[in-house]
Design a protein around this ligand. Structure first.
Ligand code: SAM
Length: 282
């Protein structure tokens, strides 16, 4: 059983925690794992360290990190989804990783959930989590308590999401849905521009910015990367209709546009840029 503190009655995560989102997160990790490993190397993740994986989801990154820190290190994996943590548990058992601790909690309650680990974390990692949080500064404050002096926090997240995520040639039906995606995240307290505010928040709470970069990828029909946005539409479009952010007609127009683009060798998508931040606890 994971360590557990009460979570909200209505989970905050706007993309849901069902089997479709679990599969999408697996594919997403495959497509972005080279960038993640590069970031971990720059954040000096190594054997023997204690690493916190914040908003770990089903734990694709957690399992890689557990291999890197090895049996003398530990990975604390935190998420508010019991089903995601169960998936992580099953994978950890089958791969015989004994150095993963699962913590079921809302990351806004991180300081109390990990009270015994104050000053013990060497590296905290958060990928695509801060953009979904309504009180990100509370989490930064908690990290300032948990990360030891000289320890690092490595974050991969979004800035300029709606403006950058573009289908070329431009199509109205595409832009309309992208704006609805941003609006649906904001309606739950999230922020598709979160990376614009994070460096300042970390500085305010006792960190020093060590590295800030951006990874900008394109996808063309037939590319492996084309499957990243494709899997996102499959999971999220029905939810956007259900929650009223788009109409069934908007969805149909988008799907026609996407289908046409997929058959057009001249089309491409500018994917949302993924910003990478490494901060050091002073
Ligand atoms: C896009 S997924 C990313 C998962 C993982 N970091 C990865 O990169 O594969 C976002 C994750 O954040 C978790 N999450 C969102 N809001 C949370 C909160 N307030 N407390 C704990 N977990 C949260 C969701 O349950 C989900 O697993």
């Amino acid at each position: 059983m994971p360590t557990s503190t009460p979570t909200r009655a209505t989970p905050e995560y706007v993309l849901g925690t069902g089997a479709d989102e679990m599969a999408r997160l697996g594919l997403q990790h495959r497509l972005w794992s080279a960038a993640a490993h590069n970031l971990w190397e720059r954040a000096r993740v190594q054997p023997g360290l204690t690493v916190l994986d914040l908003g770990c989801g089903p734990g694709h990154a957690t399992l890689d990190l557990a291999q890197i820190v090895g049996p003398t290190g530990r990975v604390i994996a935190v998420d508010e989804s019991a089903s995601f943590l169960k998936q992580l548990h099953d994978q950890a058992v089958s791969r015989k990783h004994h150095n993963i601790e699962r913590v079921l909690c809302d990351v806004h309650d991180l300081a109390s959930a990990l009270d015994d680990d104050a000053g013990m974390i060497d590296v905290a990692y958060a990928r695509w989590v801060f953009c979904f949080l309504s009180r990100p500064e509370d989490v930064v404050k908690a990290l300032a308590r948990l990360v030891k002096p000289g320890g690092r926090v490595a974050v991969q997240d979004y800035f300029n999401y709606e403006r950058c995520l573009t289908l070329a040639p431009r199509r109205e039906a595409f832009s309309k849905v992208i704006n609805a995606v941003g609006a649906s995240w904001r309606a739950r307290g999230g922020d598709t521009d979160i990376m614009g505010r994070l460096p300042g928040m970390f500085i305010k709470h006792g960190f020093r910015v060590e590295d800030l970069q951006v990874v900008q990828r394109l996808a063309r029909p037939g590319d492996m990367m084309w499957h990243w946005p494709n899997s996102f539409w499959q999971t999220f479009l029905p939810r956007l209709v259900e929650t009223g952010f788009i109409t069934p007609e908007d969805r149909a127009a988008f799907e026609r546009t996407w289908d046409e683009a997929g058959r057009d060798p001249g089309a491409f998508v500018q994917l949302p840029p993924v910003f990478e931040l490494i901060v050091e606890r002073v």
